[in-house]
Write a protein that binds this ligand. Structure first.
Ligand code: NAD
Length: 268
């Protein structure tokens, strides 16, 4: 059967989630264009490399040429100085959207984050329309990204899905992650559905597995067709045995953003 896209660009393809997407999304496009600052020395026949720093607008313009759709994962993936975040996650993000606009790319799917809404309390179930409440420099850059995605849809008709990824790791490692866990299989699936859905305009969706405790609500993104298969439950006993019952006032467990919301302002 013909694949949906001819060429899918994956940025941050040498990173943790990029490696997952590279492995899992082979059913989406004939060619995967893998981009990162790091070199790839193991390209398969259906892969090509585009080594590029996201802060270099000319290189990003070239990287997005002849691309149908994007999975954007490149950038600073944790809290850092504002300068580091500004370059990779704000300037780099803008460069990516400009490249996509100029080259007629149809759709961008990208990893926003829980940290765009990290200050919501865990007693509040949030849907995809809640106002942003970033919890860090990093979260601010994700808020910028979501606003940029909306702008490029409204002004230029470039479609996007902003996937608010919660905690995508091999397994949950603490009590918060029992609620925020996103398995790698489900992570690939939320991006797959975001790429395949016929119409997305600009959609926000939460990237969370089917955990027992849920404090996100994806009903307004039901048109994406994301149905998680995994859960943190098999890990619960081990995690609870290894970690103490937290204080109810500890932001680590009392907010969606956990440690980022609990930490002070990040400075050098
Ligand atoms: N893993 C999670 O739980 C999680 C949660 C929320 C959001 N995210 C987001 O998902 C994306 C991928 O996360 P990850 O866990 O794979 O992180 P990662 O750090 O493993 O991967 C990020 C990749 O981006 C590349 N990169 C960094 N700066 C760059 C630049 N200026 N130009 C080009 N490439 C650059 C790095 O070389 C790296 O390979 C990130 O945007 C992150 O913010 C991840």
């Amino acid at each position: 059967m013909a694949k949906r896209y001819t060429r899918l660009l994956i940025t941050g393809a040498a990173g943790v989630l990029g490696t997952v997407m590279r492995r899992e999304l082979t059913d989406i496009a004939d060619t995967l264009r893998l981009s990162d600052r790091k070199l790839f020395d193991d390209l398969a026949a259906h892969e090509e490399a585009a080594i590029c720093d996201l802060t270099d607008a000319d290189a990003v313009l070239k990287m997005t040429r002849d691309v149908d759709a994007v999975v954007h994962l490149g950038g600073v993936s944790k809290e850092s100085t504002f300068d580091a975040i500004l370059e990779a996650n704000i300037r780099g993000f803008y460069n990516l959207y400009e490249g996509c606009r100029k080259n007629g790319v149809k759709r961008v799917t990208w990893a926003s984050s829980v940290h765009a809404v990290g200050f919501y309390p865990t007693t509040q179930v949030i849907d995809t329309d809640v106002p942003l409440r970033p919890d860090s420099n990093y979260g601010l850059s994700k808020a910028f990204g979501e606003a940029t995605a909306q702008y490029y849809w409204d002004k230029f008709g470039l479609e996007s899905v902003s996937v608010r990824v919660y905690s995508s790791f091999p397994k949950p490692s603490d009590r918060r992650q029992l609620n925020t866990y996103l398995s790698f299989r489900d992570c690939a699936e939320v991006f797959r559905r975001s790429l395949l859905a016929p119409v997305v305009r600009h959609t926000v969706i939460y990237g969370v597995s089917d955990n027992l405790v849920k404090f996100t609500d994806n009903r307004k993104a039901a048109h994406i067709g994301y149905s998680p298969q995994d859960s943190s439950e098999p890990y619960r006993a081990k995690v609870e045995a290894a970690t103490p019952q937290p204080d109810i006032n500890d932001r680590f467990i009392a907010t969606h953003g956990g440690g980022f919301a609990a930490a002070g302002h990040f400075e050098d």
